[in-house]
Write a protein that binds this ligand. Structure first.
Ligand SMILES: N[C@@H](CCC(=O)N[C@@H](CS)C(=O)NCC(=O)O)C(=O)O
Length: 209
């Protein structure tokens, strides 16, 4: 399945950029990966998810990209070659497009490693005309929604914490205020609601409820 705008170079290679669950759970075979960023977009928890991290009644909040010329978004680009191209596109079409409501764009990816040239990469973006797009909300409102949602692959908190973990580990110099203020607000909710012990990251990362 080749989405309309996928560019596969003459060496039969394709790069796929992930900035949400794809940074910690690609779940497709790839040849190699690079940490880096794409310019002109900011990551926002403005997309709804009524399948993986939420349900029809309580849709979760997951990452999408919003155009902003001043911003850049950090994540991971995966190189797929030969038969991996068709396999990954088929898999991601179901995961991201059919079940997730994302569309595909080609963007310029800039590797973090010095001296490595920019690459064209496929990215999955949920736009505001998408039926399950939730749009802007305060960090506290987003945190309150994430704190109570879970879906077919686990808790919405796990999605948030694993992404924050990725950024702390691989992009420690990057200030992602939106991501970290939502994470802090979620932990604050657990701290203040009836003294429930804040879920430590280990238990969250274990996908505990
Ligand atoms: N397209 C973004 C977001 C992808 C994403 O988080 N998609 C959701 C679908 S709504 C997903 O695959 N979730 C799997 C999970 O949460 O386990 C990325 O490149 O990482």
């Amino acid at each position: 399945m080749k989405p309309r705008d996928v560019v596969i170079n003459e060496k039969s290679e394709l790069w796929i950029f992930g900035y949400g669950s794809l940074v910690w759970k690609p779940d497709f075979a790839y040849k190699r990966s690079k940490v880096g960023c794409i310019k002109g977009y900011k990551r926002r928890f403005w997309h709804g998810d009524d399948f993986y991290r939420g349900d029809k009644e309580n849709p979760g909040r997951v990452a999408t990209l919003v155009e902003d010329q001043e911003a850049c978004t950090w994540g991971v680009a995966y190189e797929v070659t030969d038969s991996q191209i068709e396999e990954s596109l088929q898999y991601l079409n179901m995961r991201e497009v059919v079940l997730g409501g994302y569309i595909t764009e080609m963007v310029e990816f800039i590797p973090k490693e010095k001296g490595e040239g920019a690459l064209l990469a496929l990215v999955y973006i949920a736009t505001s005309d998408n039926p399950i797009y939730l749009g802007p909300a305060s960090d506290k409102e987003i945190a309150a929604q994430i704190a109570i949602c879970r879906g077919n692959t686990g808790h919405n908190i796990e999605y948030l914490v694993r992404l924050a973990e990725f950024m702390r580990l691989y992009c420690p110099e990057v200030e992602d205020e939106h991501l970290f203020s939502i994470e802090a607000a979620v932990l604050n909710i657990f701290h203040h609601c009836g003294g429930i012990k804040p879920p430590d990251q280990k238990c969250l990362l274990m996908g505990a409820s």
